[in-house]
Design a protein around this ligand. Structure first.
Ligand code: ATP
Ligand code: MG
Length: 490
């Protein structure tokens, strides 16, 4: 990173100057394959735990992060303890100078270690979060392509879109604060025991503050969690309606249904916004509590201390304020962790259900038939539980053009889907040879040039391309288009 800063100082940075990712650790392919390995094992269990799989597949950065977090937390106590000693040193006019210097250097070094470890801890856990994010996104995408028809029926397009655009985020956030689960209680215990040593029973002032505010915090967090659950549902609903609208935009325009669709989408959106506002109010409420908390807590402690002792020594006052300020970190991080955990639980449950859904059987179509043959033997195919094609026995020969004729809904498209392996095969066998090209009843075009749609990602070889255009009788159509095969379509 440092050399990049120097380069940036000398000249504007371009894409080529950005260093490559650290292959072994940051390569999304690797983290995704680690995740898939653990998930495939876990998915065999009756109640698979996605959280466990995520923890296992990012165990390295999580472990490093955990160790750094422990060191950071140990050094958090050096500040208040040394501050107490420094105040005592200042008050003691006979203490030698070197003692003061040693104390100041120790305070400085303690802070440096704490800050360096703290930042590297966040770097490690953020890396773990990003690894999981890329692995999850890839698995969701793969799953969406491999789902069986019965799984497709159980989810909506809106849900799948939200799995990819919303659900991963709370999980990423959970990883960033994951060490708070043990570090926060540890810090709280440490700080309370030090406060107890300094203030004796007056430490109970902090507890008095908590007894009053804690139920409010729990209430606000619970409300925020409920709102998050409702928001997820509304987001699915809105994305589904949006999707319907975009898919049928021609019909909607033709019949001038824009207004009614707009009303429907705006209805869901305004519900979503009012919920969001309410959620933010609860989050703000907790934030305010944490901001006013420390001065109030110090006030409570000093008040009790003064009624008991009549005099508050400065070393006790300074160290207490420093300790109570430190207390805000675990007290802020722990509710953030709980909030993230609750939000992530909603997303984890949704994703576990989605990822555990049934897949199409990749072995339903075998590629062992003789050259060019497509053969279906005594096969029965079903959509979900209904057999649509029963006892089918056909062979399509190489070099023959076959037309399948039948009434509407008689199963013509289903027959093609069966050959593609998209239907559930109840019995029998399907054999194909080589690759299969499928032109569906509903065309699907890329929003790109006609040429890009023909090439569909393949490199442009002029001769082969021209031959394809000629053989598919497209020449006459191209002549009619203003930009020939470079016309934008889709
Ligand atoms: N993806 C699907 N999921 C569940 N059922 C389906 C699915 N596709 C088709 N079906 C059902 O299978 C039966 C046959 O439909 P199919 O679309 O194969 O008929 P088709 O002969 O192609 O009709 P068309 O002439 O309208 O194209 C119908 O009852 C239909 O409802
Ligand atoms: Mg059809």
């Amino acid at each position: 990173m440092n050399s990049l800063f120097t380069q940036g100082y000398l000249k504007p940075i371009t894409q080529d100057d950005i260093p490559d990712i650290w292959k072994e650790r940051d390569d999304p392919e690797l983290s995704a394959s680690r995740f898939e390995h653990y998930w495939n094992e876990e998915a065999k269990k009756p109640n698979p735990s996605l959280l466990k799989v995520l923890l296992l597949s990012s165990k390295k950065p999580l472990l490093y992060g955990g160790i750094l977090c422990l060191i950071e937390n140990i050094f958090r106590f050096t500040g208040p303890l040394l501050l107490e000693q420094i105040v005592l040193f200042i008050a003691d006019h006979e203490a030698p100078l070197w003692q003061g210097i040693v104390l100041c250097v120790a305070l400085f070094l303690g802070l440096i270690i704490q800050v360096v470890c703290g930042h590297h801890h966040y770097y490690q856990v953020t890396t773990a979060g990003l690894q999981m994010e890329s692995a999850l996104l890839r698995s969701i995408f793969k799953k969406a392509l491999a789902m069986s028809t019965s799984s497709v029926r159980k989810t909506t397009v809106g849900e799948i879109v939200n799995h990819q655009s919303v659900d991963y985020y709370p999980i990423f956030n959970l990883f960033r604060f994951i060490n708070a689960v043990w570090a926060a209680p540890l810090q709280i215990i440490g700080i309370f025991s030090l406060l107890g040593r300094l203030n004796g029973v007056s430490t109970l002032g902090v507890l008095a503050f908590f007894a009053f505010f804690f139920p409010m915090l729990v209430f606000a967090n619970k409300k925020a969690f409920d709102i998050e659950k409702q928001l997820m549902k509304l987001r699915d609903e809105r994305t589904s309606t949006m999707n319907e609208l975009l898919q049928g935009i021609l019909v909607v325009k033709f019949f001038a249904w824009e207004d009614s669709f707009l009303k429907k989408i705006n209805g869901t959106r305004s519900k979503e916004i009012s919920l969001l506002k309410r959620g933010i109010m609860y989050i703000m409420f907790t934030n305010i509590l944490w901001t006013v908390g420390p001065p109030l807590m110090s006030g409570c402690v000093f008040l009790i201390y003064l009624t008991d002792h009549k005099f508050l020594p400065s070393e006790v006052a300074f160290a207490t304020i420093a300790l109570i300020n430190n207390l805000t970190i675990p007290l802020t991080n722990f509710p953030i962790f709980i909030g993230n955990f609750l939000q992530a639980t909603v997303s984890l449950t949704r994703l576990t259900k989605f990822l555990s859904g049934e897949d199409l059987d990749p072995a339903s179509v075998q590629s062992r038939s003789e050259n060019g043959l497509v053969r279906i033997k005594n096969a029965t195919f079903a959509w979900e539980d209904t057999n649509v094609l029963s006892d089918i026995d056909i062979t399509f020969k190489k070099g023959h053009l076959t037309a399948v004729v039948g009434e509407v809904g008689s199963g013509k498209s289903s027959l093609i889907q069966a050959i593609l392996g998209e239907m559930h095969k109840v019995s029998g066998s399907v054999e194909v040879n080589g690759s299969v090209a499928y032109v569906s009843q509903q065309p699907w075009l890329l929003n790109a040039t006609l040429r890009d749609n023909v090439l569909f990602g393949k490199p442009y070889e002029e001769e082969r391309y021209n031959r394809t255009i000629e053989m598919s009788e497209l020449l006459a159509d191209l002549k009619m288009l203003p930009g020939a095969d470079l016309t934008e379509i889709g």
